[in-house]
Design a protein around this ligand. Sequence first.
Ligand SMILES: NC(=O)c1ccc[n+]([C@@H]2O[C@H](COP(=O)([O-])OP(=O)(O)OC[C@H]3O[C@@H](n4cnc5c(N)ncnc54)[C@H](OP(=O)(O)O)[C@@H]3O)[C@@H](O)[C@H]2O)c1
Length: 272
Amino acid sequence: METMSFGARTKIAMPDIGLGTWRIGGSFTADGSQDVSEIEAVSKAIEMGYRFIDTAEMYGNGHSEELVGTAATDREIFIATKVWQTNLRYDDVLKAAGRSLKRLKRKYIDLYQIHWPSDSIPLRETMRAMEKLADDGIIRHIGVSNFGVELLEDASSHLSRHEIISDQVSYSIADREPEKGLTEYCRKHGIGIIAYEPLAKGKVFEGRNGRVLAEAASMVSRTPAQVALNWLMCKRALPIPKSVDFGHLSENLGATGWRLPEKVMKFMDESL
Ligand SMILES: NC(=O)c1ccc[n+]([C@@H]2O[C@H](COP(=O)([O-])OP(=O)(O)OC[C@H]3O[C@@H](n4cnc5c(N)ncnc54)[C@H](OP(=O)(O)O)[C@@H]3O)[C@@H](O)[C@H]2O)c1
């Protein structure tokens, strides 16, 4: 697996693919009915070589974090989780991080992300709490999610001792919105892009996207999913496809360790 660098100052080496966990452990409420197979899927992913797992306190109302924590026990896995929008007051951020840490059964959270910006809670207050967590070693790195350039600038302006190392946004061949300024800004400021919904929940395989992927896949003898994920890596984004299917987990991991040739990238960018 290749790595990419996150953070202008910290320059941490990140794996070039991660595992998403939305709907593992439930969606908006906890669902324990699939615990055995979901823990098995996350454990299998780790055995296969996944070294980055993304979760959130909101996923399954905390149950996703519990399952990830169980599957990753005593393993050197980089775990990213998120604080929900309603917990962005100073004290609430500290409490939410404590709860996540407990559910994840870890000594610290590798990457703590603001899941969505809030309209009502000042960023200054939230960022102060994020710095306190980083100072205290509860979290190793600060990240955000669903932030545009303006919000990133605002959030960064409230930090003095730590930096924002990543922004997690929707990004795929079916959603190229981040290319309208965000990716360039992040590249310039050393902020890593984590691409969520990298397969657009299956939409990348449909219609024109599907046809372009199929053609590109035949040019490089890879599968359409591998091409869709590799396209993101070529754009220096870290895709976090979700899967509980062993075949898909293995296929997605096969998107790493190589890069689409420039002429295929050009063909894709012009045809999508
Ligand atoms: N920050 C945010 O606001 C935010 C929002 C949305 C998502 N996320 C994060 O991003 C992760 C990924 O997004 P997502 O789960 O919504 O969408 P996604 O990864 O684009 O798509 C997941 C779907 O694709 C299927 N799949 C996976 N690999 C496949 C393959 N090789 N071929 C065909 N189908 C495949 C999965 O089914 P199987 O399980 O059957 O393989 C699942 O139904 C989430 O799990 C979550 O961690 C973050």
